[in-house]
Design a protein around this ligand. Structure first.
Ligand code: ADP
Ligand code: MG
Length: 228
């Protein structure tokens, strides 16, 4: 689904990444872990096509339209309801309003937010907003989902609930995932494979770690409670 070969990239004269290689197979959940400032966001933005590398190549097994992004800060429009926020991308793609709303409601429900479609972002908790942001991305049926520390702002229990629900959904939908995080524990609990990026500047992939057993589906038995 994704092949990155020998990527080097800098801002001005400062080289941030030097000779980064990584691969993500279709259906895999891969994490990229590295210290703050090492260049994780730079690498993900490059993979997303938002930055152009000075050296190296990127091959994607899907189109730009089939890539979904989730950033640390959600991009919900404060003056639109949760339903409208989720439906927006479908409307841009030309879906009629009623149909887009119906699909948005279905995704809100899949994320445990049934009945909250009329709420505005400020009327939702942090965890619920994160679920709306997820619905906003998943409703567009991405084949490759790129996430840049999307759960960093959530506390540990909420993070476990949201990530476990996400894991179930990407599996049901057959979505390939590349997750950037500085949290090695989170990466190990979710991924098939983990890449470690060295301390910047001139960060490189220093290790590739394949989990020796199937990833745990629900490691501590936490069930999502959408009230939070
Ligand atoms: P991470 O996501 O791992 O914390 P980043 O990719 O955000 O790291 O940043 C890597 C390095 O590049 C840091 O030293 C950061 O200060 C620098 N950097 C990031 N974005 C820019 C930019 N737009 N212009 C100049 N330097 C940047
Ligand atoms: Mg970052």
């Amino acid at each position: 689904m994704l092949e990155v070969q020998g990527i080097s990239l800098g801002y001005g004269s400062t080289l941030v990444l030097e000779g980064v290689d990584l691969r993500v197979e279709a259906g895999e959940f891969v994490s990229l872990v590295g210290p703050s400032g090492s260049g994780k966001s730079t690498l993900l933005r490059t993979i997303a096509g938002l930055l152009t590398p000075q050296k190296g190549s990127i091959r994607r097994g899907c189109t730009q339209e089939e890539i979904g992004f989730l950033f640390q800060e959600d991009a919900l429009l404060p003056w639109r309801t949760a339903r409208d926020n989720v439906a927006l991308g479908l409307r841009i793609r030309g879906w009629p309003k009623e149909q887009a709303w119906k699909e948005a409601e279905a995704w809100l429900e899949r994320l445990g937010l049934e009945g909250l479609g009329n709420r505005f972002p400020h009327q939702l908790s942090g965890g619920q907003r994160k679920r709306v942001a997820l619905a906003q991305v998943l409703v567009l049926k991405p084949r490759l989902l790129l996430m840049d520390e999307p759960f960093a702002s959530l506390d540990a229990i909420l993070r476990t609930q949201v990530t476990q629900d996400l894991l179930a959904l990407v599996e049901e939908e057959g979505i390939t995932v590349l997750l950037v995080t500085h949290d090695l524990e989170e990466a190990l609990s979710l991924s098939d494979r983990v890449y470690l990026l060295s301390q910047g500047p001139r960060a490189r992939i220093v290790q590739e770690y394949r989990l020796p057993f199937p990833r745990p589906r629900d490691p501590i038995g936490v069930k999502a409670d959408p009230r939070f």
